[in-house]
Design a protein around this ligand. Structure first.
Ligand code: HEM
Length: 242
């Protein structure tokens, strides 16, 4: 049963995301909270620690204060939702609002406090290729298929010069969640105004990963099915349930 709190927060998130057209950054803020997880020692994960320094000052999190500030108004209105839940729910609502798959969501992640901030360097470097992506994503407990699947979130949003040094969207419809990211990265060169990160092209380096990119480019239903599963797992990494 969906709680009254979850229903109310979902409605406010959907209104905010529609009004601001901020689907991409909502997905990114949640991914950067959860993606610090270390499966070996249980540190990091979807615990809201990104709201504290030093984590919020890590280069990988540049610009995410914009998302956190927008979400603070919803937190102020609904103080009973944890930051950890709020970030993950914002991402799931953004994906659904953009036409993506419904992602199962469970409330109850407890918030970390400042001492639980993770050290810098836990999130992937866009200039690097598959060995680095494996180091980072295997540490979170993901496999190669899940690296390919989760990278499909780049169907939404854009890079910004003042945040990452990269510029532009991956697809020509960055507020629509579909399989166009895979079609784009299979092209030799990015289309006019579009972006291929080295870490996107890395997915073509390994034959099994490239085959999965081709499958997703040809079959959106298969992508959506795998994406919903992988994203739910991401959204629950390291969760300390109330
Ligand atoms: C595979 C390793 C990944 C690398 C190296 C990477 C890197 C980046 C970079 C450099 C940006 C641009 C940030 C900016 O300038 O604003 C970006 C944006 C984004 N990333 Fe990733 N990313 C990765 C995986 C993921 C995953 C797993 C997700 C979610 C499941 C994700 C979701 C997004 C979204 C939605 C944006 C757009 C943000 C916006 O519109 O403001 N990324 N990513």
């Amino acid at each position: 049963m969906v709680s009254e709190l979850e229903t109310a927060v979902r409605a406010d998130l959907a209104a905010l995301i529609k009004e601001k057209n901020c689907h991409g950054i909502m997905v990114r803020v949640a991914w950067h909270d959860a993606g610090t997880y270390n499966t070996h020692d249980g540190t990091g994960g979807a615990n809201g620690s990104q709201r504290f320094a030093p984590e919020c000052t890590h280069a990988a999190n540049a610009g995410l204060n914009i998302a956190r500030d927008m979400l603070q108004a919803i937190k102020d209105k609904h103080p009973d939702i944890s930051y950890a839940d709020l970030y993950q729910l914002a991402s799931i609502v953004a994906i659904e609002d953009a036409g993506g798959p419904a992602i199962p969501f469970r409330m109850g992640r407890k918030d970390a406090e400042a001492p639980q901030c993770t050290p810098d360097g836990r999130l992937p470097d866009a200039d690097k290729r598959m060995p680095h992506l494996r180091d980072i994503f295997y540490r979170m407990g993901f496999n190669d298929e899940e690296i390919v699947t989760l990278s499909g979130a780049h169907t939404l949003g854009a890079a910004h010069k003042d945040r990452s040094g990269f510029d532009g969207p991956w697809t020509s419809n960055p507020n629509v969640f579909d399989n166009s990211y895979y079609k784009e990265i299979l092209k030799e060169e990015p289309g006019s105004g579009l972006l291929h990160l080295p870490s996107d092209k890395a997915l073509l380096d390994e034959p099994r990963c490239k085959a999965l990119v081709e499958t997703y480019a040809a079959d959106q239903a298969t992508f959506f099915q795998s994406y919903a599963k992988a994203h739910q797992k991401l959204s629950e990494l390291g969760a300390n349930w109330a």
